[in-house]
Design a binder for this molecule. Structure first.
Ligand SMILES: [Zn+2]
Length: 215
């Protein structure tokens, strides 16, 4: 499911032994994923290990249908791999924190990488890299403004994406437009932190919908 060219739609790739061995070892120890090139350290985006979310979903779907005869069960998969989907409007892959369907896929790396950090941060990073300096200094200036790896806030954020996957499955309703709702599909880290942590609940419309479902 690896993406090798983020500007091209998914193409099946014949993996070499090294790639197969890597995937096998990641299955045994998911922490190995953290040793791969992060987006912020990548010289070229191709150096980041990205996975096609729909391809992962298809594979997991096949495994589930072989083992679970009840198609009414919702399966939600958590991964620390960076899941992406190809967008034909701008012809490139974009990181995704959640792919709603059954199985739904929630990516912790996607929570960190998919919603954008402040615009000024990217300028500062660019300047810093041009001067050959460590970007950690820039990150310090934006302390807490966006999620990072091992961020303590990630589990709370994951709850929001979990809610989105469950809601989508139960109601077929996609994300909520209101920032005051945990079902909001944030494009910015600022909005994500606002909806999930500062607001931390559903909007009136979605709360009423949940109440009607008599859970
Ligand atoms: Zn809502």
């Amino acid at each position: 499911c690896r993406i090798f060219d983020p500007k091209m739609p998914f193409k099946e790739h014949l993996p070499n032994k090294q790639e197969i061995d890597f995937e096998k070892s990641v299955c045994e120890d998911t922490k190995l994923m953290e040793k791969t090139t992060m987006v912020e350290n990548a010289e070229r985006i191709e150096d980041v290990m990205m996975y096609d979310g729909f391809e992962i979903q298809n594979i997991i779907y096949d495994i589930i249908t072989e083992n679970d005869s009840d198609s009414n069960n919702l399966h939600i998969v958590f991964t620390n791999k960076l899941t992406c989907t190809y967008d034909i409007t701008d012809n490139r892959y974009h990181g995704r924190a959640v792919i709603c369907s059954n199985p739904a896929i929630i990516s912790t790396a996607g929570m960190i990488e998919a919603p954008a950090r402040p615009r000024e941060y990217y300028f500062d990073v660019m300047k810093c890299k041009m001067q050959g300096l460590d970007i950690q200094n820039v990150k310090k200036n934006y302390n807490g403004e966006f999620l990072d790896y091992h961020d303590k806030r990630l589990s709370k954020i994951a709850e929001g994406y979990l809610l989105q996957a469950i809601f989508y499955y139960m109601t077929g309703d996609t994300f909520c437009d209101s920032l005051d709702c945990r079902l909001n599909n944030a494009h910015w880290q600022k909005d994500l932190l606002y909806s999930q942590l500062k607001i931390g609940k559903l909007c009136n419309k979605h709360q009423a919908l949940l109440d009607k479902l008599h859970l």
